[in-house]
Every structure is written in C-alpha cells, then in structure tokens.
Design a protein around this ligand. Structure first.
Ligand code: NDG
Length: 365
C-alpha cells in the first residue's frame, strides 16, 4: 500500500486543514484512503485513491470515462429530484481544475467526496441489502441507457472476454513460472473441462444476439453504498471498469459475489454455496431496476451470465496464483487459490441448481 504524500494532499481542492489519512475499504486494485480535513470546527472527509496504473494503462482515458459518467448521473439525479452529492460519486478537482493528479513519482491520484452515513458490505448481512443492490445496479443501467456508449474508452481491453481469459490461463499453466501447477491439477482440470462455457456468451455477442450496453463490469455487493439510516442502496461506486459490455455479465458478477453463502476467500468450502433465495431476490430486483429494457435473449441468458462470471473469476484467481500473485492483492499465502476454490465450488453448485435458476428467471420476466 502506498503512503499518502503531502504533495498530493496539496493538489486537490479539499476544504480545510488536513488532519488524518487512513487506508479505507477492501478493494483489490487501487490504494484507497479516507482523508479528513477540519475547517472552523467542521469536519470534511474525502476518498483519495492512488490508481493502479499497472492494471489501468491509460489513467487519463479512465478518468474521462468517470468524469463523463458521473456528470451524466448527476444531471439525471437532479432531474428526478434526488441528491446528487449522495447518489453518485463526485470527483474533487485539482487546483488546476483537472480530475486527477500525476505526482512526481509518476503515480496517478484522484479524489471523491466521501459519502457520510453509508456503508458497503462484503457479505450479505440483511437480505434486503442484496435486493437493494440489484435495484441499484439495474437502475444504473437504466440511467445510462441513452448515454453515448461509443464515447467510452475500453479501460481494460477484453475485460470480460472469457475466451481470451481462458487463453491467458492456458499460457500461465504452460509457463508455470512459480512451479505451482503440479499442486493444482484438479483446479486446472476444472477449467479445461468447461471450455464451452467460456465461448457461450462471447459467441452470442459476436453473432449480434446480445446487445452492447454501458455496463459497470464489477457489480459486487461491496460496490454499492447502503444508507445507514434508511437501508436503501444510494450509490454505485468503483466506476473504473464502466465500459461497453453485456448486461448479463453485470448481472452474473453480482450473483457470483453476493449470492454466495461464504466470503470470496472462505477457506472452508463447506460454507460456500449459491443461495437460491438470494439468487431470486437479486433477479427480481435487477429485472425491476432495468425497467423492461432487457431483450428476450438477455433474460434467457441471465443464469449463463452468473455461471460464466463465476467461472471466469475463478480462472482469473487461478491464473494469478500460477503467475505469482501480481494482479489481485493477497493478504496471506495461497489467498488467490482459496479465492479460486470458492468460485469453482459455486460453479459446481450452480450446475446442480441449474433448472431452479432458470425457473426463477422465468418467474420475473
Ligand atoms: C476486482 C476485479 C474484478 C474481480 C474482483 C474479484 C478488476 C479491475 O476483483 O474484476 O471480479 O473480487 O480486475 N477488478 O475488483
């Protein structure tokens, strides 16, 4: 984790005197801090982030996306009488009026208003929260339905191109730079046995059977802020991967993360399964939130989206494990392998519950 630099603090239009900066949240990609300022007895807080430029190779383009999407959302939220300071992320500009600052070491920083009296959750604590998050992600798609998607940059090329991910995985197995492949034969086999799944949605997209939409691409429960007082989902966060994509993948990633009965890195796999109750809640909320905008094919493919995203994510964790854990931040030995195993346990569980998943979708379409 990087340190906050004085130089950085001084660049942004923060109000008051800097008093504290602490690491914040549970993200795997950027370094996130909550910074506090005091002015005439009043406390103001902000989120300050050092962007991961190993992963996001074009931070200027990424910030153009974020600026474009957040100002669009602000306008839409104002129009419907909402509170744009709480219902979308708001960038804090630098004193030069830019939306990021490149420091003297070449690190890129950005800042947001801190949303007070709201939290994110890594695990579903109250079932309503999960339903709320579904409505929020559905809504997010709705608000951005007429956004000029072609103006968005692809912040990570082929982010949910599962076929390319599989390719990268195979290369990692072959190279085996850390000599770890021998110990994870079962997991490797699991991926290879399900090769057709990697192709399903990519093929449909190539054949024009699934439309390209503005998607969030990281629709985990913990990318939604829930208001402490009302329990309502107020704001979608982490807009780094907003780009054109498939709606079913946004749906799928939420199920992968939020409908699991265990944490993403739970070492005890007996605690991990895909809850049909949560799957149903999310399906209901998402379909409602999208307000009739999903096509027949998209509705048909919702369960496939769930299974594909879970499979892909497990494969990405395993790839990173094989390559020496350079992508996802790890906090213990074998962390990425634990994460991979939870994902594969979920895929297996979905395979068993396949019929039920399809029945649930049919109920809400
Ligand atoms: C990160 C990943 C996301 C993945 C998640 C797993 C990026 C930019 O970790 O894709 O599903 O917890 O790679 N984000 O948020």
């Amino acid at each position: 984790m990087a340190e906050i630099k004085r130089e950085v603090i001084e660049q942004f239009q923060f109000e008051g005197t800097y008093t504290e900066g602490i690491p914040y949240g549970s993200g795997h990609i950027n370094d996130t801090f909550r910074v506090t300022f005091q002015e005439e007895g009043k406390t103001k807080r902000y989120i300050l982030q050092r962007m991961n430029t190993q992963i996001f190779l074009h931070p200027e383009e990424l910030m153009e996306n974020v600026e474009g999407v957040t100002s669009w959302l602000r306008k839409k939220i104002e129009e419907r009488g909402g509170n744009p300071d709480r219902e979308t992320l708001n960038l804090v500009p630098t004193k030069q009026g830019k939306f990021f600052y490149a420091d003297t070491d070449g690190d890129y920083w950005r800042a947001y208003l801190f949303i007070e009296d709201a939290m994110t959750y890594d695990l579903v604590e109250k079932k309503e929260d999960f339903y709320e998050s579904a409505v929020a992600f559905g809504n997010f798609q709705g608000l951005l339905a007429d956004y000029p998607a072609e103006t968005l940059h692809e912040t990570i090329q082929d982010f949910h191109n599962t076929v390319k991910r599989l390719d990268t995985f195979k290369k990692a197995v072959e190279a085996d730079v850390c000599k770890r492949a021998a110990d994870v034969q079962e997991e490797i086999r699991f991926v290879l046995d399900r090769e057709p799944l990697a192709h399903k949605l990519c093929d449909m997209q190539a054949e024009g059977k699934l439309p390209l939409r503005v998607t969030h691409n990281d629709t985990k429960l913990n990318n939604i802020m829930i208001d402490n007082a009302t329990g309502k989902a107020i704001c979608v966060i982490d807009l780094d991967t907003v780009m054109p994509g498939l709606a079913v993948n946004d749906f799928g990633d939420s199920i992968r993360f939020g409908a699991s009965t265990g944490a993403e890195d739970e070492p005890d796999l007996s605690k991990v399964s895909c809850s049909m109750e949560l799957f149903e809640l999310y399906t209901k909320g998402f379909v409602e939130g999208c307000k009739g905008s999903l096509t027949k094919e998209e509705l048909d493919m919702l369960p496939v989206g769930a299974m594909t995203m879970t499979y892909e994510c497990g494969m990405r964790f395993l790839t990173d494990y094989l390559e020496g854990d350079h992508y996802f931040k790890i906090h213990r030995e074998g962390h990425n392998l634990d994460r991979c195993r939870t994902q594969f346990k979920l895929v297996r569980d979905m395979e068993e519950k396949w019929e039920q998943m399809n029945e649930i979708v049919n109920k809400y379409r």
